[in-house]
Ligand binder design. Structure first.
Ligand code: SF4
Length: 440
């Protein structure tokens, strides 16, 4: 086949793939869709001490500690909290000798607590020194994160980057080449800006920034492969802080390479704005089959514990029906037809009961994490929504008869009345779990 024909064929395949991807948007997102899309994306599969990123593996939730890594007790406690909240990988900063020395002890103490979560070391500036001077740290970590914008300048950059990749090869560790637009390789950016300035129709600075993060990641990954790190030991990320930039960058990355992709909005911020921005960015990309592991970078409220970012990441995956982590409660928003807070309180109680039960239920009742419970405020949507759930209750709205029909698998099973509806319904939910999810 001549080159021109090959180029045309590639274009046609691209159009077919793009059309088929667009057609999929009209179906509800589901594991089936995700599976198909992952097949289409055909990412390399990276084994991080038993947790698989990429290929057709489920999308992995990860998080990062904010303790001083040298404080072994505090770091172990926080890693355990993140792990128990559902984080499947945990990243720690390794920024100095004390942190590097602490890593093997942290791993040892986590093992003693049966907390088998792979740890990722986050290296900047001095990573080459720390990894070479602390072989026990290099061996204890499951994966290294290297930021190509922070590994040195000029000739030192390639040399220091090579040192880290060679250590990864010797220890058979995967590496994330994690570009962040806030710490972009300045030389690369300067070269692109100079080239752009000479164009008849120069691109915007934002477009050059996007181009620079992509080039930085892909050039560094290609260099790592040249040094000897296999493609299935490489994860890449290009974190941006604006949602449209992130979406555009990852759509381009997904087309340009087969490396496993770590997805996340950087510096998402605090509270609702951070959660909403992260969810918006991740949802667009995940629904297109882009992303093999995710982290939600939330700034915790002062004094707050760290696991919120894990819960948000899980909720994003669960709401897209890509993975299930915990039974969900569908509750209506309430309106003028419900003048009391009764159904809101009940919905909250049910969610708390479900969350509290999950640590044991996930072992005793496999599949329970996909269960749906409906708590509805009145007869308008109550029966319909309850029938769609595994188990649901339609509470009486203002002026309605004070009875609450309960539905299981679409059929009305009982009608509750009186002052004890909440406790009785919680009992019915627990009984549903026991009778429908008990392993044989
Ligand atoms: S189900 Fe009833 S109470 Fe709930 S929002 Fe709809 S109309 Fe209002």
């Amino acid at each position: 086949m001549d080159k021109a024909t090959a180029v045309e064929l590639k274009k046609c395949l691209g159009i077919i793939l793009s059309l088929s991807t667009n057609v999929l948007y009209y179906y509800p997102p589901s594991k089936r869709t995700q599976y198909f899309m992952n097949q289409a994306s055909n990412r390399h599969s990276v084994n991080v001490s038993g947790v698989i990123i990429g290929g057709n593996a489920p999308i992995v939730v990860q998080s990062m500690t904010n303790t001083d890594t040298a404080d072994i007790a505090a770091t172990v406690a926080q890693v355990q909290l993140l792990y128990e909240s559902g984080s499947e990988l945990v990243r720690l900063t390794v920024n100095n000798d004390a942190a590097a020395s602490a890593i093997p002890h942290i791993v040892e103490q986590l093992d003693a607590r049966n907390c088998q979560v792979p740890l990722i070391g986050d290296f900047h500036f001095n990573g080459h020194k720390l990894l070479s001077q602390h072989p026990a740290c290099a061996g204890a970590l499951a994966k290294y994160r290297i930021n190509p914008g922070n590994v040195g300048r000029g000739k030192k950059r390639d040399q220091q980057f090579s040192e880290m990749i060679e250590i990864a090869c010797r220890h058979d560790k995967p590496v994330r080449i994690g570009v962040n637009w806030g710490s972009l390789d300045q030389q690369l950016l300067a070269n692109l800006l100079t080239r752009n300035a000479n164009l008849a129709d120069p691109l915007s600075l934002a477009a050059i920034n996007r181009q620079a993060v992509i080039e930085s990641a892909l050039d560094s990954a290609a260099f790592a492969e040249e040094i000897g790190l296999p493609a299935d030991h490489i994860v890449i990320s290009c974190k941006m802080s604006r949602v449209p930039d992130l979406v555009e960058v990852y759509q381009t990355l997904a087309q340009k390479c087969r490396y496993a992709l770590h997805l996340g909005l950087t510096e998402a911020g605090m509270g609702d704005p951070g959660i909403i921005a992260s969810s918006a960015a991740l949802a667009i990309l995940l629904n297109q089959g882009i992303g093999d592991t995710i982290r939600v970078s939330l700034t915790p409220e002062p004094g707050a514990t760290r696991e919120r970012e894990v819960k948000v990441a899980q909720q994003v995956l669960q709401s897209l029906e890509i993975r299930s982590f915990s039974p969900s409660v569908t509750a209506c928003p309430g309106c003028g037809r419900t003048t009391s807070e009764y159904f809101q309180v009940l919905a909250q109680q049910i969610q708390q009961e479900l969350d509290a039960s999950m640590p044991t239920w996930k072992h005793d009742y496999p599949g329970v994490e996909a269960m749906k419970v409906a708590v509805m405020g009145c007869v308008v949507n109550g029966p319909g929504e309850s029938k769609h759930a595994n188990i649901g209750i339609s509470l009486p709205g203002t002026g309605e008869q004070p009875v609450a029909p309960v539905y299981e698998d679409g059929l009305k099973t009982v009608t509750l009345k009186g002052d004890d509806i909440a406790r009785e319904f919680i009992g019915l939910v627990k009984n549903y779990v026991k009778t429908h999810y008990a392993s044989s």
